[in-house]
Design a protein around this ligand. Structure first.
Ligand code: NAD
Ligand code: UD1
Length: 336
């Protein structure tokens, strides 16, 4: 049985769908602080069978020990955490508690249960502003915000843990910008309130929930002046987790750190144009001032994941836009 902490969230649900289709048994664990039980019901509709889901908090020793007592877990994929960069600046203690302290409680429970394989959701934001793109995994780590520092601290904890317990197998996955949805449109990204991130903002404009997109900055040193990122389809990301899990289950007893991105950069305006094409919807937009803290352009070097995991992102920007739109069109209010 594979434990997915934060498994009811955006990336957790998509990964669960891919793992179950590949024949894995999974148990989801979530406190529903940023997700809804309906998402799990939709996952069950996709895979055509019940998916066990335990409600609890990774920061609770009692919850974690109970979970490992009840299920025979062979590996953990640790998604549970908070991810809003702006909120992490105003509520730093809440972020360190949820992300860092929560991970410590999980790892101690894994120690007691003798489970020694973990795949961790890190982020490209551990790189901060990189010297150049594509960013290799060996680039300097200098996160520019509290959220990113929680991810780097957890990476450091896991590297130190491996130093002391070399029989652990640990995959640190640095995601670039996950977007899109399962092609059936039953699950997708459902942020609370006004979206901070580009793709859910665009889909909510398309569906009429928001009037227009603000493009943050038109004067960056990029081909069209708007910011450039490495957008990756969430189904490709989910398959990257499958490959990482298969690696961990082979018991390599190593720490593997890989970027999960496409290796391509697209601008905000590239994404808007691709979305308009894929959806047939016009996206009214206005170019406004840069957003504080934004890096002009970065994308990942995706070659190590190909070499080590045999995984590579296959889906195009058009696929990302089509599937994001299919989800939003069928669920204008998300999981509400
Ligand atoms: P999400 O918020 O949709 O999913 C996270 C899930 O964890 C939610 O269901 C939430 O309810 C749960 N959770 C949070 N704190 C918990 C706790 N203390 N105990 C139990 N459950 C808890 O986010 P996501 O986009 O699916 O991201 C998953 C992971 O990937 C996160 O760790 C995030 O930091 C990381 N990540 C996400 C992105 C992205 O753009 N989506 C990029 C890089 C890294
Ligand atoms: C943000 C987080 C990053 C996290 C990532 C994935 C910051 C500073 N970084 O990255 O830590 O890993 O999300 O969840 O928040 N944009 C607009 N208009 C909008 C929204 C965004 O023009 O309404 C632009 C941004 O300026 C940027 C691009 O779209 O150029 C992507 O933004 P976003 O989706 O928020 O992701 P990142 O900022 O790359």
């Amino acid at each position: 049985m594979i434990l997915l902490t934060g498994g009811a969230g955006y990336i957790g649900l998509h990964t669960a769908a891919v793992l179950i289709a590949a024949g894995h048994d999974v148990v989801l664990f979530d406190n529903f602080s940023n997700s809804k039980p309906l998402g799990v019901q939709r996952l069950e509709a996709i895979v055509g069978r019940p998916v066990p889901c335990v409600q609890g908090d990774v920061r609770s020793r009692q919850d974690m020990d109970g979970l490992f007592d009840q299920h025979t877990i062979s590996a953990v994929i640790h998604f549970a955490g908070l991810k809003a960069v702006g909120e992490s600046a105003t509520q730093p203690l809440h972020y360190y508690d949820n992300n860092v302290a929560g991970t410590l409680v999980l790892l101690e429970a894994m120690m007691r249960a003798e489970v020694r394989r973990i795949v961790f959701s890190s982020s490209a934001c551990v790189y901060g502003e990189p010297d150049s793109s594509p960013i290799p995994e060996t680039a300097a780590l200098r996160p520019a915000n509290t959220y990113g520092r929680t991810k780097l601290m957890i990476e450091d904890i896991l590297r130190d843990l491996h130093g002391a317990a070399p029989d652990w197998s640990i995959a640190l996955l640095r995601y670039f910008n996950p977007v899109g949805a399962h092609p059936g449109g039953l699950i997708g990204e459902d942020p609370n309130g006004i979206p901070n991130n580009l793709m859910p903002f665009v889909t909510q404009v398309a569906v009429g929930r928001l009037a227009e997109l603000q493009v943050f900055g038109g004067d960056y040193p990029t081909p069209d002046g708007s910011g450039v990122r490495d957008y990756i389809h969430v189904m490709d990301l989910a398959e990257g987790h499958q490959a990482s899990l298969d690696w961990a289950l082979r018991d390599p007893q190593q720490v593997l750190t890989v970027n999960l991105g496409t290796g391509c950069g697209y601008s905000v305006l590239d994404l808007v144009r691709a979305f308009e094409q894929a959806s047939g919807q016009a996206i009214p937009y206005r170019i406004v001032a840069r957003r504080a803290g934004d890096v002009p352009a970065y994308w990942g070097d995706a070659s190590l994941a190909r070499q080590r995991l045999g995984w590579t992102a296959r889906r195009t920007l058009e696929d990302m836009c089509r599937d994001a739109w299919n989800w939003q069109r069928k669920n204008p209010q998300g999981f509400a």
